[in-house]
Design a protein around this ligand. Structure first.
Ligand SMILES: Nc1nc2c(ncn2[C@@H]2O[C@H](COP(=O)(O)OP(=O)(O)OP(=O)(O)O)[C@@H](O)[C@H]2O)c(=O)[nH]1
Ligand SMILES: [Mg+2]
Ligand SMILES: [Zn+2]
Length: 284
């Protein structure tokens, strides 16, 4: 029988097939070759509940670990935890580098003391990505967000406590994901969601994921120079093919910063992300 892995814990795999979930395992011989992850399409034996084959995947994202992911909704709250542009740029760069379409959800907008949307819009204009403003008290963007979900494998990711599980419950109240709390003492959420779970939604799947505490960028400076949100098209127009957009002559990114087409905050976030990265890719 064919199905999709919707959750995994050690050698237990929850596989959805024909609208039922089966608790399966993988034989050691197969596990040693290729482990299945949430998002993988598999063939399993209904009687023995053993996975017999993992079908070829388009990709496997490392964090959150999901196969065949098409879209990553990056969730960032206004407060608890506090909104951070450097983190937004870090997550967006991570998605772009992994060739996964990023979308941005700005959550807990009920915590905005004044309407900050215009200032957010100034920051976001050059990014050319969909942005949603959400609140569990008033969710005007929800219908628009749902339109993006249908027919695709999507995940919600971000720091612990930003409201990923709360949002999934709003989208589909049947899923009843447990909601955590934000700890003022710790300055973060309490890591309520422990593993990745995929839920079927309008011919696609949405994944709830555990909160990040940190997200290391495991690529080199040149990769960031191409993957940084808003730079990808411009980078092609720089005079030097491996321009790092720092102080090179004929750099189109620097030109756009000077002309005010790229916000200064974005450029500073770029330089901060760039500094610690190695000159060469280390993982290849
Ligand atoms: N004010 C406000 N609080 C919210 C909103 N959405 C969620 N919260 C609160 O934020 C806290 C964390 O919510 P969760 O949905 O568990 O957050 P999470 O991102 O899933 O957290 P982890 O599973 O730990 O990664 C809870 O106390 C929620 O009630 C919102 O729109 N506004
Ligand atoms: Mg959660
Ligand atoms: Zn450049």
């Amino acid at each position: 029988m064919d199905g999709i892995v919707v959750a995994k814990s050690f050698n237990q795999f929850m596989v959805l097939a024909e609208k039922r979930t089966f608790r399966c395992q993988m034989p050691k011989t197969l596990r040693n070759k290729l482990v299945a992850w949430p998002g993988d399409f598999v063939n399993f034996n209904k009687n023995s509940q053993m996975i017999e084959e993992v079908f070829p995947r388009t990709k496997l994202l490392a964090r959150p670990r999901i196969a065949n992911l098409e879209q990553l909704f990056i969730v960032m709250s206004i407060e608890e935890p506090l909104f951070s542009w450097p983190l937004v740029y870090r997550y967006l760069s991570y998605a772009k580098f992994n060739d996964i379409k990023p979308l941005l959800v700005i959550s807990k907008v009920d915590k905005m003391l004044e309407n900050l949307e215009p200032s957010f819009e100034v920051q976001l204009r050059h990014l050319n990505i969909p942005v949603f403003y959400t609140s569990k008290y008033k969710n005007d963007s929800l219908d628009r967000l749902k339109d993006y979900l249908s027919g695709k494998i999507s995940a919600f990711a971000g720091q612990s406590g930003v409201g990923k599980s709360s949002l999934i419950n709003e989208i589909c109240p049947d899923y009843k994901q447990t909601i955590g709390t934000y700890s003022k003492a710790l300055g973060r959420g309490r890591h309520e969601t422990k593993g990745v779970t995929l839920f079927p939604f309008e011919d696609g799947f949405i994944a709830d994921t555990p909160g990040f505490s940190s997200l290391e960028l495991e690529f080199g400076k040149r990769d960031l120079a191409m993957a940084f949100p808003g730079f990808e098209q411009l980078a092609l127009g720089c005079k030097f093919p491996h321009c790092l957009h720092q102080n090179e002559a004929g750099c189109l990114v620097i030109r756009h910063v000077k002309d005010g087409k790229i916000p200064l905050e974005a450029y500073h976030a770029y330089l901060e992300l760039l500094a610690p990265l190695p000159h060469r890719k280390e993982s290849y």
